[in-house]
Design a protein around this ligand. Structure first.
Ligand SMILES: *Cc1c(COP(=O)(O)O)cnc(C)c1O
Length: 376
């Protein structure tokens, strides 16, 4: 899909901005450090295959996904680079992962045995990465017990398995320097206790927030996600270039006399002679319902308030005093219109969530229209 003509609502994605954000991660973490762009959850909602096509010319070392199904999608798309599956995989699907040449992350000795069996059954050589838990708590071998599990991993990995990497995940790289450093030290302590670890083993730690903190934690590769897609990686860290714009057309315009109500529960009543515009977008498109009576849209470069509750398919804004708003005009819920801008993180803050949830919550009802601007 390349044009918004005839669309009621859509997401505009600026591919050049994704590439520039990736370059900024590289500049922060060290220009030589291999990058593993995280493209899980359909490329943070923007379209996994399109994201890959967009960043592939920058020669990332690998791609990061959360599930085997996502990894298979990348292989179907023709991706030849390594694909890291960074959450514990479902046991029944190890065979699929091996057949597709995906790189699983292993968090216990049973998983090592299981992968070993799958590799032998398929007669294929298989790379794997070991996750080390340094405080995130959702997966990984415990950092304190490294000498024990280190031996166990080596003992269970047969000749078909190659221990290619070790990683951990920061829980507070967006906000907290001290805990980030503490996790780094825990990882170092764990690695120093695993005498059996291959010297070629690559270590990777950083999400966007970690990578933007500089080369100190970059190790052998970085795994940026949100920053590539225009979401802030944390307070005090550089702002990304905006990537996604969320647009909806005006589908109806009306005058509202004082006393006129709008929306479920009639939470808004016109207090004067007002003019309202109905937009073709609601929570069924992923616009957070919590923006009712608190969020904004841009119309003709002017910021206008959302009034009443947001419905599944529509949202109403108060355009009183703004000339020349017509059916078919384009409203901006996230992004820029003229000199006015609504940032992804501003909307997330109003909705009481994070940019990640807003992006991944944009539903399939919104076509993603890619604009390949390479200017800056
Ligand atoms: C999602 C994820 C990332 C990327 O995190 P961002 O905060 O989006 O940069 C990195 N590593 C792992 C293991 C992840 O799950």
């Amino acid at each position: 899909m390349s044009t918004s003509e005839g669309l009621r609502a859509w997401v505009e994605v600026r591919g050049g901005a994704i590439r520039r954000n990736l370059e900024r991660i590289r500049q922060a973490a060290g220009t030589e450090v291999p990058v593993i762009p995280m493209v899980k959850a359909d490329g943070y909602g923007l379209g996994m295959e399109d994201v890959v096509d967009c960043v592939d010319p920058l020669t990332p070392w690998a791609y990061g996904v959360a599930t085997i199904a996502e990894g298979l999608r990348l292989r179907d798309h023709g991706v030849q680079r390594p694909v890291l599956v960074l959450t514990p995989a479902i046991p029944e699907r190890y065979g699929d992962a091996v057949a597709a040449g995906l790189t699983l992350s292993l968090s216990d000795l049973e998983a090592v045995e299981r992968l070993n069996r799958a590799a032998e059954a398929a007669e294929r050589d298989v790379d794997f990465h070991v996750e080390i838990d340094t405080g995130m708590g959702r997966a990984g071998f415990a950092w304190q017990d490294a000498s024990a599990w280190g031996e166990g991993v080596v003992a269970r990995a047969g000749p078909r398995l190659n221990w290619q990497g070790c990683f951990t995940h920061f829980h507070s790289a967006d906000s907290d320097d001290a805990s980030t450093r503490e996790q780094w030290e825990r990882l170092a302590a764990a690695l120093s206790k695993v005498s059996a670890i291959p010297t070629s083993c690559m270590v990777h730690v950083c999400n966007s927030g970690g990578a933007l903190r500089g080369p100190e934690f970059a190790a052998d590769a970085v795994r940026p996600g949100i920053f590539l897609y225009g979401g802030r990686a944390g307070a005090g860290l550089p702002d990304p270039e905006p990537v996604a714009s969320v647009r909806a057309r005006v589908t109806f315009v009306r005058d509202a006399n004082p006393g006129t109500t709008v929306g479920y529960g009639t939470t808004y009543t016109a207090g004067r002679e007002e003019r309202w515009a109905t937009l073709g977008m609601g929570y069924g498109d992923g616009l957070p319902r919590s923006l009712g009576n608190c969020g904004h849209a841009l119309l003709g470069g002017v910021r206008v308030p959302i009034i009443g509750r947001i419905s599944m398919d529509t949202t109403v804004v108060d355009i009183t005093g703004i000339e020349n708003v017509n059916v078919g005009d384009v409203a901006t819920l996230i992004g820029r219109d003229g000199d006015a801008t609504i940032l992804l993180d501003e909307v997330a803050g109003q909705a009481g969530t994070i940019g990640y949830e807003i992006l991944t919550g944009l539903t399939s009802r919104l076509p993603r229209i890619w604009i390949d601007d390479d200017g800056s």
